[in-house]
Write a protein that binds this ligand. Sequence first.
Ligand SMILES: Cc1ncc(COP(=O)(O)O)c(C=O)c1O
Length: 348
Amino acid sequence: MPEVRPAVLRMAPYSPPTGGRADKLRLDFNENTVGCSPEVIEFLKQQLSAGSLSVYPEYMEARRELSAFFQVAEDEILFTNGTDEAIQVLVNTYVDDDQEVLILTPSYAMYRFYSEVAGAAVREIPYREGTLEFPLDELLGAITPATKAILIANPNNPTGTGIGLDAVRSILQKAPHAAVLIDEAYYEFSGVTALPHIAQYPNLFVSRTFSKVYGMAAMRFGCLFSQSANVAYLHKAQSPYSVNTLAALAARAAIRDTVYVSNYVNEVLAARDLARQGLERLGIHAYPSEANFILFEAGARSIPIRDELRRRGVLIRDRSYEIAGCVRVTIGTRDQVRCFLTELESLW
Ligand SMILES: Cc1ncc(COP(=O)(O)O)c(C=O)c1O
């Protein structure tokens, strides 16, 4: 048997519960719960042919259209196989064996995952106990010249809490030699973005995904933005064809249908209010959320509640392994929230 790298041996296996979800109300992975714009499907059908599948991906049109949409230069954008690959490429570009990566906890699991695969030394800063507020002072205090990367989700998953641009700027200023990732997977729901700041901060990297509001999680498409000199290095650490042709086509169609996206965002924001009120009515403590999900306290019954909801066809995600007693519910449409609340109320 070949010898496995110590970094991989040390890792805990990570296998999110992705099986058997198709016939259920999927409020467990923060996806778009109604699917992508019909224009995406139409465009894919038009473009799909034996010829188009036989050619290695070309990204020229996608690069032109997406950079215009995001208002960056063409060489300030890197297409990635989901945000996950953006995290991987960033870590592989800037962090060597045993070098330090700062992450917050709890946060998106893939920050630790890719840092550990790379053999980095991961240092965790916990969210404030009780309020789950962003620990800005603690993070600023932990940054040293040895910090090679800082990986932050804004808004954060699973807490739902976000930080403002003042906090982002103070982190960038405190860590001029580190690659600072602001992962804006849920940007469309929060409206806070550091993207315009890439011009000013050479240590800033911003990621966006098409897995959430755009309803294309299966496609695996994301963008990583930074100054062009950084993007040139990121390209060196990325496989040239990791984004497939269909994903790049789908992204081009997705950004054209801005009405579809803004309608979905408005629906989710209304549904989030409804969910908050419903949880409050049941006396359940929920954390404030700037994203398309809410973290709430189900106490000692968090796992039985998740399991019973699953039996009734509603999937939510247990987070009690990282915040005692907490579960997370994805917010979709108001009708879906009503369905979730009805089932929750009947077993609460
Ligand atoms: C903060 C955050 N970033 C990234 C992702 C995943 O993005 P992608 O599907 O683009 O890899 C998630 C998904 O849950 C997330 O919560």
